[in-house]
Write a protein that binds this ligand. Structure first.
Ligand code: 13P
Length: 340
């Protein structure tokens, strides 16, 4: 198969009505933090048991089209089957987080930058042999009175575009993830202003680097007030502001926008996605989810690290996947939260 056909086939399988993406790609320190909250020690075995539970949850393939994995998971197995193969056999596309985390951007206080471009083509070739068909890279923008700076916005856009170009050259579909953080007391308007500047710069950079927009998925933040801001915003306001920014910045050639949950609670992230799809059914892209915490929080709570809780934990995942699948169609109602 040509690289173009390969990318097209991957995107078509990932972008489906009523379905979204499960982000299960927590790095070792992040999963250790999630496990610590339920008093579970993070070891290769406990991480494997947990991710096996996620990937084998009955029924999720009806609402989950793809899963983002961490490098370690690609090499782990459930019985005699590699975990990426477990997903593939259920019709779920396995993918891989390829960035190596963030740090400060030199000489630009308050700005962040993500590492991991060196050797990326070779790593992608190896991940592909292990079954990964798409990749994810996250750039992070922290809002303050003076951040992100124009330099920060430009440097981060350049990283995302170079990553996406390397992925496409290797026949791996790139998820482009710019996350404007929810931390802080900024207003919804300030988040909108920053998100718009960030997205504009990213699409300029993708164009400069010859990235084929039909073969990417955008994974942005929703436009929200900071978590310490005095006023909360309604799902309808969030939907309207988010789509205003995206319409101004994201070309319609992009097939799908899959939001990150970024610290919203599970119910909020479902209600906000639903408000977008119910209020703006003519949006030119599929509007869906690529949630980590918002899908997994109830699963971890139900699991508590005990094998006897695995079935209840899987039901918790299926419930959130199903409700977000409905939100993708604009058919979710909050009264559904109380049904199992
Ligand atoms: P959250 O949905 O928990 O923000 O995670 C999504 C993700 O993949 C972050 O990189």
């Amino acid at each position: 198969m040509s690289i173009t056909n390969e990318l097209q086939a991957t995107i078509e399988q990932m972008v489906q009505r009523g379905k979204g993406i499960l982000a299960a790609d927590e790095s070792h320190p992040t999963i250790a933090k999630r496990f610590a909250a339920i008093d579970v020690e993070a070891t290769p075995e406990s991480r494997c048991a947990y991710r096996t539970l996620l990937f084998t949850a009955p029924g999720i393939e009806d609402f989950i089209s793809a899963v983002i994995e961490f490098e370690e998971t690609l090499a782990q197995s459930a019985g005699d089957r590699a975990l990426p193969e477990v997903l593939a056999q259920r019709g779920i596309v396995p993918g891989i987080k390829v960035d190596k985390g963030k740090g400060p951007l030199a000489l630009s206080p308050g700005d962040l930058i993500t590492y991991g471009l060196d050797g990326l083509a070779e790593r992608l070739a190896q991940y592909k042999r292990q079954g990964a068909r798409f990749a994810k890279w996250r750039e992070v923008y922290s809002i303050s009175d003076c951040n992100p700076t124009q330099l920060g916005i430009a440097a981060n856009a350049e990283m995302l575009a170079r990553y996406a170009a390397v992925c496409q050259e290797q026949g791996v579909a790139p998820i482009v993830e710019p996350e404007v953080l929810i931390d802080g007391d900024h207003s919804l308007t300030r988040c909108a202003e920053v998100t718009e500047a960030v997205q504009k710069e990213i699409f300029h950079a993708l164009y400069r680097h010859r990235v084929v927009l039909e073969h990417i998925i955008l994974k942005p933040n929703m436009v929200l007030p900071g978590k310490d801001h005095a006023d909360r915003a309604s799902a309808e306001e969030i939907a309207e502001e988010t789509l205003r920014v995206l319409r101004r910045t994201v070309p319609t050639a992009v097939p799908s926008i899959n939001f990150l949950s970024g610290g919203m609670n599970p119910e909020e992230s479902t209600a906000n996605l639903n408000a977008m799809n119910a209020g703006f059914p003519q949006a030119p892209w599929l509007l869906s989810f690529s949630y980590g915490r918002a899908l997994q929080q109830p699963v971890l709570q139900a699991w508590q690290g005990r094998a006897e809780n695995a079935a209840a934990a899987q039901r918790a995942l299926l419930k959130r996947a199903r409700l977000n699948g409905l939100a993708q169609r604009g058919e979710y109602q909050s009264s559904m939260e109380s049904q199992d």
